[in-house]
Write a protein that binds this ligand. Sequence first.
Ligand SMILES: Cc1cc2nc3c(=O)[nH]c(=O)nc-3n(C[C@H](O)[C@H](O)[C@H](O)COP(=O)(O)OP(=O)(O)OC[C@H]3O[C@@H](n4cnc5c(N)ncnc54)[C@H](O)[C@@H]3O)c2cc1C
Length: 320
Amino acid sequence: MIIEETRNNRDVYRPAPGTLARASAGGGKNINISFEFFPPKTEKMGEKLWSAIQKLESLNPDFVSVTYGAGGSTRERTHQTVARIARETNLSAAAHLTCVGSDKAEIDEIARAYWQAGVRHIVALRGDPVGGLGAPYVPHENGYAYGSDLVAGLKDVADFEISVSAYPELHPESLNWDDELDNLKRKIDAGATRAITQFFFSADTFLRYQDKALDAGIKIPIIPGLMLQPNYRGLCRISKLCYISIPDWYHNLFDPLDDDPQTRLLLTASTAADLAAQLRAQGVEHFHFYTLNKADLAFTTCQILGVKAQTNPQQKIIAS
Ligand SMILES: Cc1cc2nc3c(=O)[nH]c(=O)nc-3n(C[C@H](O)[C@H](O)[C@H](O)COP(=O)(O)OP(=O)(O)OC[C@H]3O[C@@H](n4cnc5c(N)ncnc54)[C@H](O)[C@@H]3O)c2cc1C
């Protein structure tokens, strides 16, 4: 094991060579997976997304979710995409919904439309400030102010299954860990039954967070969110804005590869699978992949992890 310093000056577990093989071999338990997509902007992107969804359906995910653009900018497109998944596939579809940019009546109407379309699972979020990441957050005058308010409002509309966010490295606006975990508890008290984390790069980051949540009495499943972003420079930018630490070994791996997108793609699958395998070795059984609509990347990552495609995706076979 190699210990290195992070932004937060904490020790971090760094994978030793061969970790992946050991973690995979030590499996045998079920792996549950879920995938996140964003709603397509154009018809061409729509076709790409649809073939991605069909390819990933063969992996029999627990659910797939579709994001909601900042400030509600993809309201219709998110609805169309989620409703189509619910209508035309065997997948369990979840819609992301945020508080930003709409009053309570509008949000309730969106939620009712989802219920009518057969969508029963909402990923309920506050959303980023109207001015973008890092700008001060001002709740909508007549809106739901925070994630916990939205969860409570959705539960008043219908008995949705509700997932919420969690932050293994603190939400940038949280004052401290008590503040962070109190917020998650408020969302659970309001009716959330699952948390999906912000992405992170070290198994240790997630495992420490999981321990803190357990110590705080949080018992709902906390699903690690694993990012599949081969655009290293873009990933560095967003990670900085979200206060997510990228380990030195990751920088060393990707920094020289600006002109080699193919290698970055392969390494993205390999590092994400390695991270999942380390977590799996520690008993984590569900992984949520931020796919960025890149089906091949998500599919490859799952193959490395041992999740096999099914011709009849009602059953899942896990290589161990
Ligand atoms: C799994 C996942 C999926 C996401 N999907 C989307 C998406 O589809 N669309 C999108 O726009 N964004 C999405 N985001 C980003 C998210 O909207 C941002 O991270 C946003 O800044 C916070 O949303 P939240 O639901 O985590 O906020 P909250 O849980 O409401 O918390 C945000 C901050 O406010 C603080 N807070 C909470 N309640 C109060 C209160 N009563 N008074 C004062 N402070 C309070 C919290 O402590 C925390 O620091 C996603 C994030 C994750 C982790």
